[in-house]
Design a protein around this ligand. Structure first.
Ligand code: T4K
Length: 413
């Protein structure tokens, strides 16, 4: 494990406790307790309860969209959205995403077709999208990776031209805008995640947002077993409902959304400042003329300019208990079952392949103080000064299993 590595003999790691990417923002614990007491007194725990309805209203108002349908997580949300859009055959997706985007398709027998990305936005490259369209294509799922928007207008144009459904995986993008319009209002529907690791969270949760009445009605039915009324099943469905407890956590989280964004923005600017002089390491920028949630601090390492490779930076940080992540390495196309389905895909995704080897995500959110970021800046400076020694000591690339994946594995190490 990289956490056992001692780079500086006689010195403890910079952080006594691990600093994780994805530490949840909690908001007011007292407000969560109060809401849970209310739920218990009401004895209404699920099935379209008042907290879920209030959560849906708040998200719809924030996004400025007609319908918000809360679901148990974004993965199930994507599955339901694909069904409600009657997707089949092939759907075009990026491979630079969390595996859930592709699994939501594959799980229901739809083939995800991996398309290359734009080197600047790290999102679907519209020119490559058109080249991926075949007679079997029924849709496109764009992913607003890190909350930075897809080229929505270009994708909408392609979808219209080829009569395809356009959905967006907006798991990272609550509270973000593109061309002045809130994310959640593009395509036929968009899906948010409220997983514990998202800046606004329900523990587990998600939401499908759409302006289309018929689509919303289908989603509502599908998320509750295809029921059309009491004991009256009118279609196939699943159980994608959000519980009242999840909504209680989500509503409380939403009350602190401005504070969470301010903290993320403060951290982002602090990282930009302390890393400004590190050669070959750039912090991915947010367009501050738009609304952003700043929930990911993403580094892109240019191995020709940087004194260390991305994976060497990872090892340096882990040795100091900063548990940076290589999201979404090695790319969904290199994960099973996709890798076995078509081993030739990597050769068709040159930009994706390059970006996946350059990205490093740093801890942020309310668990990270300004002083922590100063310390992390110091780690980078010290490593730059000792780069010759570190290059000799640390492997330039790390195979996957060597990277600790979660807190339990970390602490057991
Ligand atoms: N689409 C995209 C583009 C996504 O990024 C995601 C999820 C989805 C769809 C699907 O959304 P959901 O179905 O989950 O709603 C994490 C999250 O589990 C996952 O939700 C997220 N994307 C992805 C980017 O990151 P892992 O496997 O990297 O890590 P995980 O969940 O073990 O947590 C990461 C770290 O966070 C831990 O090392 C420690 C910290 N943590 C985590 C939890 C759950 C805590 O401190 N407390 C916690 O309660 O996937």
């Amino acid at each position: 494990m990289t956490s056992k590595l001692h780079l500086w003999p006689g010195r403890s790691p910079a952080f006594a406790q691990p600093l994780h990417v994805g530490r949840p923002n909690i908001g007011s614990a007292a407000a969560i307790h109060r809401r849970i007491d209310e739920i218990l007194q009401r004895k209404w725990l699920s099935n379209d309860g008042v907290m879920v309805q209030e959560f849906e209203r708040r998200i719809a108002a924030l996004v400025g969209v007609k319908h918000c349908l809360a679901v148990c997580n974004a993965t199930v949300g994507l599955e339901i959205a694909c069904r409600a859009a009657a997707l089949s055959g092939e759907v075009i997706v990026p491979a630079n995403t969390f595996v859930a985007t592709a699994h939501a398709l594959q799980w229901q027998g739809i083939t995800p077709v991996f398309c290359d990305i734009d080197p600047e936005t790290h999102n679907l490259d519209p020119h490559c999208v058109e080249a991926c369209i075949t007679p079997r294509t029924t849709g496109i799922i764009g992913v607003h990776v890190w909350g930075r928007p897809c080229a929505a207008a270009a994708l909408e144009h392609i979808a219209k031209k080829h009569d395809l459904t356009l959905l967006f995986d907006a798991a990272h993008a609550l509270g973000c805008s593109h061309t002045g319009k809130m994310i959640g209002r593009f395509g036929t529907a968009e899906v948010f995640s409220f997983h514990a690791t998202k800046f606004v969270n329900c523990g587990e949760g998600g939401a499908i947002v759409t302006g289309d009445d018929g689509f919303a009605a289908r989603v509502r039915q599908m998320r509750s077993f295809g029921l059309g009324g009491c004991d009256h099943v009118v279609s196939v469905g699943t159980n994608g409902k959000m519980s009242e407890f999840a909504a209680a956590v989500g509503l409380t989280s939403l009350e602190s959304i401005d504070e969470f964004i301010q903290t993320n923005q403060r951290n982002y600017h602090a990282y930009c400042r302390v890393l400004a002089e590190v050669p070959g390491v750039k912090v991915l920028r947010y367009d501050e003329a738009e609304r952003n949630n700043f929930q990911y601090v993403v580094l892109q390492v240019d191995e020709h300019e940087s004194p260390l490779t991305r994976d060497q930076w990872l090892q340096v940080l882990h040795a100091e208990n900063v548990l940076a992540r290589r999201y979404f390495y090695p790319g969904v196309h290199r994960m099973e079952p996709y890798r076995s389905h078509d081993p030739t895909v990597p050769s068709r995704l040159p930009v994706t392949e390059a970006i996946l080897k350059q990205v490093l995500v740093l801890p942020t959110g309310t668990a990270v103080e300004s002083a922590d970021i100063e310390l992390i800046g110091g780690i980078f400076s010290r490593a730059c000064a000792a780069a010759t020694k570190l290059r000799a000591l640390l492997p330039a690339t790390l195979p996957l299993p060597t990277v600790p994946l979660g807190p339990l594995e970390q602490e057991a190490a």
